[in-house]
Design a protein around this ligand. Sequence first.
Ligand code: GLC
Ligand code: CA
Length: 570
Amino acid sequence: MTDQMPVTISPEDAVELAAEARSDLEWFRNAVFYQVVLPSFSDGNKDGIGDFIGLTNKLSYISWLGVDAIWVPPFYPSPLGDAGYDVADYCDVAPQYGTLGDFDRFIEEAHRQGIKVVVDLVMNHTSSAHPWFEASRTDPGGPYGDYYVWSDTDEAYPDVRIIFVDTEESNWAWDEVRGQYYWHRFFSHQPDLNFENPAVRQEMLEAARFWCDRGVDGLRLDAIPYLYEAEGTNGENLPATHEFIAEVRKMMDEEYPGVVLIAEANQPPNEVVQYFGTNESPECHLCFHFPLMPQIFKSLKSESTDGIRAVWEHTPVPPARGIWGLFLRNHDELTLEMVSDEERWQMYKWYAPEPRMRANVGIRRRLSPLVDGSRQDLELVHALLLSLPGAPFLYYGDEIGMGDTIELFDRDGVRTPMQWDDSEGAGFSEAPLERFYLPVVDREGYSPAEVSVAAQEGHPDSWLNWLRGLLAARKAALALQDGHFEIIPTDNEAIFAFWRHGTWRAIGDNAPVLCVYNFSHEDQEISLELRETDESASVRWIAGAAVVEHTRGQWFATIPARNFGWFELQ
Ligand code: GLC
Ligand code: CA
């Protein structure tokens, strides 16, 4: 394997990078993110809907867990036809979540506790209830007439696929009022904005400024591959889209240095990597790695890690010093857009045997039920998530192994109230149960009486505390946070082994970390081909039950079934 290790950097780079680290513009490079769903996290005013007061009250829990940043999906005024991704006003807080003042206090308190805050910027579309759309449909010649993509026919852009296949038959919808069709990539109540119009681009920059001025540390750019359309294309990742993202980044670097852009682009690696931009023209600081995620789930069932390896082999090193956003689950379906047809059917068979477990091109279930509540599997996939190159994103409730309610509408089944304690309302809200935004999970094995923060936080052996310990271990192992990544070839497909070495942030403190994973249900022994000079190294165990030994130039790892090991070489 490895010809150069550890990696050294030039003294000039070292000086520059140390300066950046000091000013903390690079905070995202070693951050762990935690996604909440605001209406389901904690209800501060007893109306059954989570809000900013409730979230602020729970910041001490989030900081205790050991994460660095919170991502709060859209909380803007909205008819909630898509959980708030249908925005009716970019620059306000929906009343059920509180006031702008509550938001400011949340940001202030998060920062006081050392936690960064990321919010969504939904650029591609608005709600049809947005005043811009009302103006556009009623007054075609007026200032908003050109804010959306209108057409006399529904035949333009025939090569564009439909994303929400469960509900939509066309990307065009007829508007009675204007007597024209409008373009929508998602729900028909989410008309796409017309980015050809400079006024629309300006509005988006203004919306970004509005939240940056209030102190947010990052913007997740929702659904960005679809900003522009062009005849004869599939309307995804078009050059004009990249140009605009680069313009947003330029504005951010000039006006809000240190505030990061995160790309939600559900695309293959060679396409998504474009959202980092180039050194000369950077775009996003982080891009979610969509193709990786389903391969992790596939490996659990197939006991082969070939899919994970193949994804990384096709994953270019991010340009412009960007890093990957890694995740297992989020508020959406476990998307299967990035796997082959054959893999998709296999995944449905394994993970979504009942039709109502599926949504669009994916699976609407939570992590713990997906792995049949297996603690071992939860440990295995989280260890992998926390050691691959990128910033891990955890999804609220997965840290206690929360379940789902597949009977609920759309993706609501994975967005149910956070289970804080064993009471009927799960400690989420003191409102009567019938006023809860969504019902608390009551499936056997997953009810608040069985799964809650209160039941786990005091127990050193609980899943919650195990994960918290692993987060702390990751923090201490610098190479795991921001080190280079190098796969160690093995001839055992159940094993995934790699190095992380070097780190941009902590110059000089770059003990390489060896990570080994066994996806098989049997214990495995493997020999690892390591460089000769590694023989003298001493091995410090960090986490997992694997054992690594070296004798006479040969390295051996013994990894128990469904287990792993992290080792620092000193
Ligand atoms: C993104 C969001 C998803 C939403 C969609 C349309 O994919 O993650 O929840 O439905 O955009 O806005
Ligand atoms: Ca409330």
